[in-house]
Design a binder for this molecule. Sequence first.
Ligand code: NDP
Length: 282
Amino acid sequence: MNSIKDTVQLNNGVAIPRLGLGVFRLTDEKEGETAIEAALESGYRLFDTASVYGNEAIVGSSLKKAGIERQELFITTKAWNNELGYRRTREAFDRSRERLKTDYIDLYLIHWPLFDEAIEAWGAMEELLADGDVRAIGVSNFNIGQLDLLAEKTRIIPALNQVEFHPYLVQDDLQRECGARNIRLEAWSPFIRGGVFGDPVLGGISRRIGKNIAPIVLRWLYQKDIITIPKSSSPGRIRENSRIFDFELSDEEMRAIDALHRGEHLGPTPENFLDFFRSIGV
Ligand code: NDP
């Protein structure tokens, strides 16, 4: 039987778990530590943070405390918009690594496609990769045009693109195009931060299968071959989200969830993020 420790290979051969814990908004030390402890107990090995989340230090110390072998863990973090640029990214990386209390980061991502700074940042990330400071480098929130622009100007193809993807934003075209470029897709906000839980179609599938909507959505992503990183602060829900390997969705159920797509973005998009963040002063 498959398990939460199953991995897939990135384009440079590095293995990444298919399900992890997202920690956006987990900024309370005790809460963060409890969540990470519960996740490790349930078998999670992938942890997704970012410098802008303000909790790298909590992730780092919680993982250290748990005493799991470093090579068993897979830690992702991201460079924020004001950390892009050759020197800025080198320095931002050192800060993130120090906060995370680790010698290396498994996956380092450009958080948003801020050209031309992203091109320069990528040069720094290619060096980090060559020096063994990171095991893989990737991007987040890039559309296909932005991926192609990056490819035109740099050498290494991103290992992964982390994007908003959930039942109301089924980005099959993006997944196909990323696949054609040998780039893995990873879904953020798989539950639309709670927005999927009242959906009647998901409710019907949930009743039929006898599982709550959260594991149904995660199983749908798993069967679509998309890595995902649901966030929860509750040990019970963290456990629940790890239990997606003892049931299967039929083709019909998969299609019914795909059909919920309505192009709904919870967050900013690769096209409007600059205005969005400016408007909220981030
Ligand atoms: P999610 O879609 O993962 O939803 C999280 C919400 O769902 C929380 O309110 C949580 O509540 C609730 N929840 C979790 N599990 C269950 C469950 N089993 N039953 C009921 N409710 C549940 O939102 P996020 O935006 O946090 O996305 C996940 C991760 O993706 C982030 O943490 C971050 O790591 C990443 N991300 C990346 C972005 C990017 O730009 N690259 C942008 C946004 C997110 P509770 O905590 O109380 O359980």
